[in-house]
Design a protein around this ligand. Structure first.
Ligand code: NAD
Length: 348
């Protein structure tokens, strides 16, 4: 929180423009590494967080969700939508903003755009999972779905897991062309593919990040060989999945928060007692991630509130002492805290 000379409490607000300046100033690779560290640290102290499946409001076109959590000292939430048909009207599928607050006073300490930040945190979380689950020495990733998230997913894998080659596929060739141009400029070897089957050829890591409000089958069982790691990012709502059920039955499945993933993830296709492992157990060293070369590991990602909390914490620390925010007058601050009415009268 920033204080004006009058001691008026102002809340730092990171706009989309400031976020872009901050990312370009810090460097995207550095941001991915920093975010991954913050997320890893919070996954290691997973048990002390308040955890609840996100609160979702569904419509025919998409979903609007609130994602709250707290570590007892700081509270955070994100507002996020998912509307796959939006891009047809020139709108984003996913937009978001989020807030951090001090638990002691309940006062907000940061308000931030989170559309860009969600792309970064989702990518950093995928790369963190792959660091623990993917085959050692993996160099090639298939990136299926080349929309807004795709470059971030690929660059996080480059920065954190050492991927050097990305094989791109999207049903829309223009999306693939766009991602190919961006990623080649970032120093990755790029292969554009005509089918999903072609894209996964020789890939040790397969990332699916498509948007369609249906039970899609981006990968069928016969396409997936032994030993690969799959990041399933796009299936994140009831009735919105990407993988054939048979792939799930052959995989060791890792999830963020099981009560939320059972509602929203690929595992909504399985019975509620189907065994899954919690990713935080692997990150904190309590269980082993990959145990053999032939194992198929699957990160059934839906995005959990703690990742957004970590991302907001990272931004709060990063903007300290910089000009990459606007102080926002969003807290009523009467001289006498019980005289809100008097403050209104004096403003006339
Ligand atoms: P986007 O609309 O920008 O891109 C999605 C791409 O998928 C489009 O280019 C589209 O042509 C392509 N696509 C659709 N069906 C396909 C198919 N059958 N095969 C190949 N490509 C196909 O969306 P985005 O912002 O990149 O988000 C992608 C998905 O990731 C969304 O479903 C979103 O809800 C999800 N998401 C998940 C998380 C998480 O934490 N797990 C976070 C953010 C977004």
């Amino acid at each position: 929180m920033t204080l004006l000379p009058s001691n008026k409490a102002l809340v730092p607000f990171v706009s989309v423009d400031h976020m872009m300046q901050l990312i370009n100033h810090t460097g995207l690779t550095q941001m991915m590494i920093g975010l991954c560290e913050y997320i890893e640290n919070d996954f290691k102290r997973w048990e002390l967080f308040d955890k609840t499946p996100r609160v979702a409001s569904h419509s025919a076109e998409g979903v609007i969700e609130l994602m709250p959590t707290s570590d007892g000292e700081v509270y955070g939430f994100k507002y996020v939508n998912g509307h796959p048909k939006n891009t047809k009207d020139g709108l984003q599928t996913v937009t978001a903003f989020g807030l951090l607050a001090d638990v002691t006073t309940g006062y907000p300490v940061l308000l931030s755009e989170m559309t860009l930040l969600t792309a970064l945190r989702t990518a950093a979380t995928s790369a963190m999972a792959a660091k623990f689950l993917a085959p050692k020495g993996a160099t090639t990733m298939a990136m299926i779905g080349n929309g807004a998230q795709s470059e971030f997913q690929s660059l996080a894998m480059q920065a954190i897991c050492g991927i050097t080659h990305v094989r791109l596929y999207d049903i829309d060739p223009l999306a693939t062309e766009k991602a190919a141009a961006h990623l080649a400029a970032a120093g990755l070897e790029i292969t554009t593919c005509k089918t999903a089957q072609d894209a996964i050829e020789g890939a040790e890591i397969i990332t699916t990040c498509t948007a369609d409000k249906q039970n899609a089958t981006i990968l069928t069982d016969n396409m997936v060989g032994s030993g690969v790691h799959i990041n399933a990012i796009g299936g994140d709502c009831p009735g919105k999945t990407e993988l054939h059920r048979d792939i799930l039955l052959r995989s060791d499945i890792f999830v963020e928060f099981p009560p939320q993933t059972r509602i929203e993830g690929e595992i909504q296709q399985l019975t509620d007692d189907h065994p899954v492992q919690e990713l935080w157990n692997v990150i904190s060293g309590q269980t082993l991630g990959r145990r053999s070369d032939s194992q198929i590991t699957l990160f059934d990602s839906v995005g959990f509130a703690i990742e957004d909390f970590s991302a907001l914490r990272y931004i709060r620390d990063l903007i300290d002492g910089t000009a990459f925010f606007t102080p926002l007058d969003m807290l009523a601050d009467p001289d006498d805290p019980r005289d809100l009415y008097g403050m209104l009268q004096r403003a006339k």
